[in-house]
Design a protein around this ligand. Structure first.
Ligand code: ZN
Length: 339
């Protein structure tokens, strides 16, 4: 298994699938317009037919717990136990990973999660996301593992984009059902769903993404939650034998919104991830370097704190391609319906 096959690909048609009952590591390489992406991929082809299931992580470079869970999947799943094919991409953003670049690509300053595939002649990140899309294009299911970034403290939850036919929506809910998280969030508003998820669903791929882990510290408990959730999902769709877990979960729906700083300065959060804040509750403040108050931030509605930025460094001028990550303070979910 240490052998890695290097292969130049331009589309999914160029992929040489490994034989049945085989596990193979690849480095898929694609070059366009002076950009070259090199993506690590393991393909496990089971001994019997079944669905094709893609698992990926490391889209955001400091979200390590999912990457380690992906490595565990690669080493623990044997083709002799698998029905169908597994495509595992343990680190999507390899350049960002090596440069410890948070959230945004160090090459073109783009946020990969917001890029739609279909433009391989564009920038580096556009080539990267189109190549990922080519690799997973023929999948039936896909789970994309995320965490809080290196400077984000996050309460584990599973966002489920409800896209496509009713059957696809039911299957997306099924993928999330085995995760040991307090909250599963159903999203229907297209504006709240990353474009990549929409493109995958348009291709008929049932997909969810998962948020477990925080601050660049891959605790064994967070890695297991990712790993066990994947195993449950594989059992639910028939890739693995056995009964999927059905832990207690709360289904939440509501408007997700982010509190952004209006001033650059030093951020002092006054909340914790997973906390429910009341309307008007103080969330934290921005001071200058000397500790003098510049502005206080309050909750506009009763909301759940999904995550918050733990770094005090707030720079509202830094908005690559208009993206407000560097002025972000807190991500909240309005609690309208909770059951
Ligand atoms: Zn992420």
């Amino acid at each position: 298994m240490k052998n890695v096959i290097e292969a130049n690909i331009n589309s999914y048609e160029d992929i040489n699938w490994p034989n049945k009952n085989t596990k193979q590591n690849y480095s898929f390489i694609r070059s366009k317009n002076n950009n070259t992406v090199k993506i690590p991929v393991t393909i496990i082809n089971g001994h019997l037919d079944g669905p094709t299931f893609s698992i990926m992580s490391g889209m955001h470079a400091g979200e390590y717990s999912g990457m380690i869970a992906a490595q565990k999947i690669i080493s623990n799943i044997s083709p002799s136990n698998l029905h169908g094919k597994l495509i595992i991409i343990p680190v999507i953003s390899v350049e960002a990973f090596y440069q410890r670049s948070m959230q945004i690509s160090p090459i073109d300053q783009k946020e990969v999660h917001f890029i739609q595939p279909g433009n391989p002649l564009g920038t580096y990140s556009e080539l990267l996301i189109d190549t990922i899309f080519q690799i997973v294009k023929k999948s039936d299911y896909l789970i994309d593992m995320h965490s809080g970034e290196l400077v984000q403290s996050l309460h584990p939850w599973v966002p489920v984009p409800l896209l496509g036919s009713n059957d696809m929506k039911d299957k997306a809910k099924l993928l999330a059902r085995g995760y040991r998280v307090d909250f599963v969030e159903y999203r229907e508003d297209l504006a709240s769903i990353p474009p990549l998820c929409i493109s995958l669903a348009d291709e008929g791929i049932v997909n969810i993404w998962v948020e477990i882990g925080k601050n660049g510290i891959p605790t064994s408990s967070d890695v297991s939650r990712h790993y066990d959730g994947i195993i449950s999902a594989l059992k639910s769709v028939g890739c693995l034998a056995g009964k999927a877990e059905k832990p207690k979960q709360k289904i939440i729906k509501g408007r997700r919104y982010q509190i952004n700083a209006k001033h650059s300065g030093f951020w002092h959060p006054d909340i914790r991830e997973g906390q429910i804040v009341e309307k008007g509750q103080i969330l934290g403040k921005i001071t200058d370097f000397f500790g003098n108050l510049i502005e206080e931030y309050k909750a506009p509605e009763k909301s759940l704190v999904l995550y918050y930025w733990t770094s005090p460094a707030i720079d509202i001028e830094r908005k690559p391609h208009g993206y407000d990550w560097h002025s972000g303070l807190i991500s909240l979910l309005e609690l309208n319906e909770i059951k």
